[in-house]
Design a protein around this ligand. Structure first.
Ligand code: C2E
Ligand code: MG
Ligand code: MG
Length: 735
């Protein structure tokens, strides 16, 4: 016991900190003894004593049961001085068992006392019930009693601190797992503030917490309590208190704690991230407190690192790794968080991405997606959240005035450049929802998805706004399809013909046949609307054959009225190409009508051209073998790369009318037309420009080397009779 006594003396020599009776509660001491004299003597011996600046408050129990009653009422006894022998020889021991096992009170320190040495508890019992001290009553002089009690109280305080530190850690760990980004780091920092306050028993007034991110980016105040509260979010540089500022800056710079003139703590994170906390504590720290604080900090550093790991994982859950945009989860959460009336959500799908992806290897497709993502990001202000939903589908959420069909149309107005000198023209189809009421993100996306689906069917390359009535649209479509079917069988579909004119000499070199549908009530339905309907329903196959036969017959009817090279151009849909017996059936029709293949041209759209290049190539070979020429329609709006053009041995490129017509044609888009023409010449492929409406356009195209043209400047599409009439007039003018 000698060593212990020395230790006791050390404690006793410490200056005792003056008690602040109003602020600091007394230590609660429970005296359990069946002899009232012992109570009186003990209280007298310890009268006016203070431990660590706190007075002692005594509670008296004369039996184990009374002690239990008191313990149940107060769970903050620091020490119980327990007589072993009371009513029975081991009543005191039964009591300590009850305290530890039944009441589960582990912090309270226990000092056993007995009148007779023979009743000393076994060493095992002392260990098992965490008994601090055992003394015979005669041993307990005033000094001994005081030193024993002091040690017990200190031990109790330490346990409580550890317990609060444990609770603090638990809370911080709970914060790391429960909180999601971006609130995670902030909540974690406020957790530090709260826990440090509890740990050091200081008012929540005195803490701030700053975080540093990447080198070069300013540190800022993440959490603060009390009157520092208004500093939250401020840059560390800007905080008005020089002392706090230099403490936090030093901690972050020197990467260590500092206990002089206030406490600053440093928590290293992963990589460049770190946290620093400042506690405005003027009283010097006790060694124990300091030790505890250091343990707490190192535990916290582990928790901080875990938090960052968690944030990274969170990042994975909320960000798309390929294009570095937030993902679908992030979009749903964002919509859920701000369901305001002024916002809109768009789902945007790249047209024919599957085809692009199949042109070259996957890395090409990845590069296209990355460029598309970057283009989308650059096209809207940071207020608009741009996300990748998967594959080639992107989700946008932002102010309605930004997410307009016009703005969306502009995104891919200019081609992207996947590799230097290899521009790729993208187009996208979008579904747009204007948010009106509070609706969950998932429901909003469903509506945007419905609008996108509609747009893909009927307005490819454009944006369709979701209307509540859109659900009815599906029903309307079925009705429309039934009407189309009826019109087809009742022979209410017919063809119009639009001439192709040689730009240099005005000669009529052919005509495109364009399908028309006039409903019984006299309404013309545009082919852009009903052809996709027919394609989806399978009706396109018989319609396509009918168009083919009609066009060929019409061509035959022109024999003698036009040059033998005059060609009739027929648009062929991709669903027709997909039919296994397509070639055989078409060639059979050609034979049946009986005109040479050279009088026929097939117009493919670029999407057809890419869907299955092998199969397409063989099918086109069979056509070519019969002298039929192949034109690539709407060139420039799709994705055909030059290699595809060469591979398919296309005879002619039809430059899409969007590059020719319209107000800006001569200035903006005309450059693309000019490039296409130059390119075609280089590949020895002929060109024809669609949609020529003005003579200026005609002249410009001619100057650029374009061979032929089609458009309202020459003639609108006309029925067979009107065409012959027009032809006669035209020839009269040009001969
Ligand atoms: P397309 O093959 O690119 O046809 C050219 C379209 O441009 C036609 O529209 C024509 O009326 C229009 N156009 C011609 N000149 C001008 C002009 O100077 N200015 C303007 N603004 N437009 C002009 P249309 O007849 O509405 O046909 C639209 C599309 O429907 C066609 O585009 C074609 O893809 C498809 N289509 C038409 N008939 C058939 C068919 O029989 N089979 C298939 N599969 N598709 C067809
Ligand atoms: Mg065409
Ligand atoms: Mg076209």
């Amino acid at each position: 016991m000698t060593g212990r006594d020395e230790e006791v003396f050390t404690f006793m020599e410490e200056p005792s900190i003056p008690a602040n009776h109003s602020a600091v509660p007394a230590w609660r001491i429970l005296l359990v003894d069946d002899e009232p004299d012992v109570h009186a003597a003990t209280q007298l011996a310890l009268k006016n004593m203070e431990i660590e600046g706190r007075t002692l408050e005594f509670f008296h129990a004369y039996s184990a049961q009374q002690a239990i009653d008191l313990l149940q009422r107060h769970d903050d006894f620091a020490v119980a001085l327990v007589d072993v022998v009371m009513g029975t020889n081991d009543e005191g021991l039964q009591l300590v068992r009850h305290i530890r096992e039944d009441l589960q009170q582990h912090a309270i320190r226990l000092i056993l006392r007995t009148g007779q040495p023979g009743y000393a508890p076994e060493i095992d019992t002392i260990r098992q019930f965490d008994i601090n001290d055992y003394k015979t009553k005669s041993e307990l002089t005033q000094v001994r009693l005081f030193t024993s009690l002091t040690m017990a109280v200190r031990s109790y305080a330490q346990i409580c601190q550890l317990e609060s530190s444990r609770q603090g850690l638990e809370q911080i760990l709970a914060a790391t797992t429960q909180l999601s980004k971006p609130a995670g780091l902030k909540k974690f920092a406020s957790g530090i503030v709260t826990q440090l306050c509890a740990l050091l028993r200081v008012k929540a007034e005195c803490l701030v917490c700053a975080a540093t991110q990447e080198p070069g980016t300013p540190s800022y105040i993440l959490a603060a309590a009390g009157h520092y509260d208004s500093w939250i979010g401020m840059s560390l540089h800007d905080i008005p208190d020089q002392r706090v500022k230099s403490h936090l800056t030093q901690a972050l710079e020197h990467q260590q704690h500092d206990f002089n003139d206030g406490i600053s703590l440093y928590f290293p994170g992963r990589g460049p991230q770190a946290l620093a906390a400042f506690i405005d504590m003027s009283a010097p720290l006790q060694d124990l407190e300091r030790g505890l604080l250091e343990v707490f900090c190192s535990n916290l550093a582990v928790a901080f690192e875990n938090l960052q790991l968690y944030l990274d994982i969170n990042d994975l859950a909320y960000r798309d790794a390929l294009v570095h945009l937030p993902n679908r989860n992030a979009l749903v959460s964002a919509i859920d968080a701000h369901p305001s009336g002024k916002n809109a959500v768009a789902l945007l799908d790249l047209d024919n991405f599957a085809d692009i992806n199949s042109i070259l290897d996957d890395s090409y497709g990845d590069a296209v997606l990355q460029m598309a993502a970057a283009r989308l990001r650059d096209s809207f202000s940071p207020e608009t959240l741009v996300t990748r939903m998967g594959s080639d589908l992107f989700g946008l959420f932002g102010p309605a005035e930004q997410l307009t069909p016009q703005r969306i149309a502009q995104v891919f107005a200019t081609p992207i450049e996947v590799s230097a000198g290899d521009p790729l023209r993208l187009s996208a189809t979008a579904g747009l929802v204007l948010l009106k009421d509070t609706q969950p993100g998932v429901a909003v996306l469903k509506n945007a998805g419905a609008a996108l689906k509609q747009a893909k069917r009927f307005q490819r390359g454009k944006t369709m706004i979701f209307e509540a009535t859109q659900a009815d649209a599906a029903r309307d479509r079925i009705q429309m399809l039934n009407r189309l079917r009826a019109s087809f069988s009742e022979e209410h579909l017919f063809l119009h013909y639009q001439p192709f004119v040689s730009l240099d000499n005005g000669q009529v070199v052919g005509a495109e046949c364009l399908l028309r549908w006039k409903t019984p009530d006299g309404e013309f339905i545009p082919p852009d609307y009903f052809i996709p309907l027919a394609e989806q329903s399978g009706l396109m196959i018989p319609i396509g054959e009918w168009v083919f036969r009609t066009a060929l017959k019409w061509r035959k009817s022109l024999t003698g009225k036009v040059d033998p090279e005059f060609r009739v151009a027929v648009n062929v849909s991709h669903v027709q190409f997909a039919e296994p017996d397509f070639v055989t059936r078409f060639l059979a029709i050609l034979d049946d009508v009986g005109i040479p293949g050279s009088q026929l041209e097939i117009e493919l759209t670029e999407s057809v051209a890419i869907s299955n290049i092998e199969r397409l190539s063989t099918r086109l070979d069979a056509f070519r073998a019969r002298g039929i020429s192949i034109a690539m329609d709407d060139f420039g709006t799709g994705y055909s790369s030059l290699s595809v053009i060469q591979r398919l041995q296309v005879d002619r490129l039809k430059i899409d009318r969007s590059f020719i017509s319209g107000e800006q044609s001569v200035n903006d888009c005309f450059g693309i037309a000019r490039t296409v023409i130059a390119l075609a010449r280089h590949l020895q492929v002929a060109t024809i420009a669609e949609g020529i409406e003005t003579d200026a356009q005609r002249t410009a195209l001619l100057a650029s080397g374009c061979n032929e043209g089609q458009g309202y400047l020459f003639s609108r599409p006309l029925d067979a009779d009107a065409f012959e009439q027009w032809l006669a007039n035209w020839q009269a003018d040009y001969q």
